[in-house]
Design a protein around this ligand. Structure first.
Ligand SMILES: [Zn+2]
Length: 117
């Protein structure tokens, strides 16, 4: 009872692959099932993974490595998508900053030389 009580407050972290598989196969307790459902409504990654797991009818026959592969692939895609978007923002920001610096430098040199002559 205490264990489940504590688990409820850790819903932000993703359930393990085994937990998701147990969820699909209905092996979890009502409390654990509720916990996974709560997490799934927040986490796109896990609901995608669950969809994949649920799509396979003959669950007992799935070799572990296939699930493992799909799982890590999903995580990788998720990560790559996020970092790509972030780095694109950084690149456009860097270009803008470089343009401004170049302009300031040109203005500075123009000013500098006009005073000398
Ligand atoms: Zn998750």
């Amino acid at each position: 009872m205490n264990e489940h009580f504590n688990d409820i407050f850790v819903t932000t972290s993703c359930p393990t692959q085994q937990q998701l598989l147990d969820y699909v196969q209905g092996k979890l307790s009502a409390e654990e099932q509720h916990e996974v459902e709560m997490h799934l409504s927040d986490c796109e990654l896990c609901s995608d993974a669950l969809e994949g797991l649920a799509a396979i009818k003959d669950k007992e026959k799935i070799p572990g490595w296939i699930i493992e592969m799909k799982w890590s692939l999903l995580k990788k895609l998720h990560k790559r998508y996020r970092t790509r978007r972030k780095s694109e923002n950084y690149i456009s920001l860097a270009v803008i900053i470089l343009c401004i610096l170049f302009l300031l430098l040109a203005l500075f040199w123009a000013y500098h030389f006009s005073i000398r002559h």
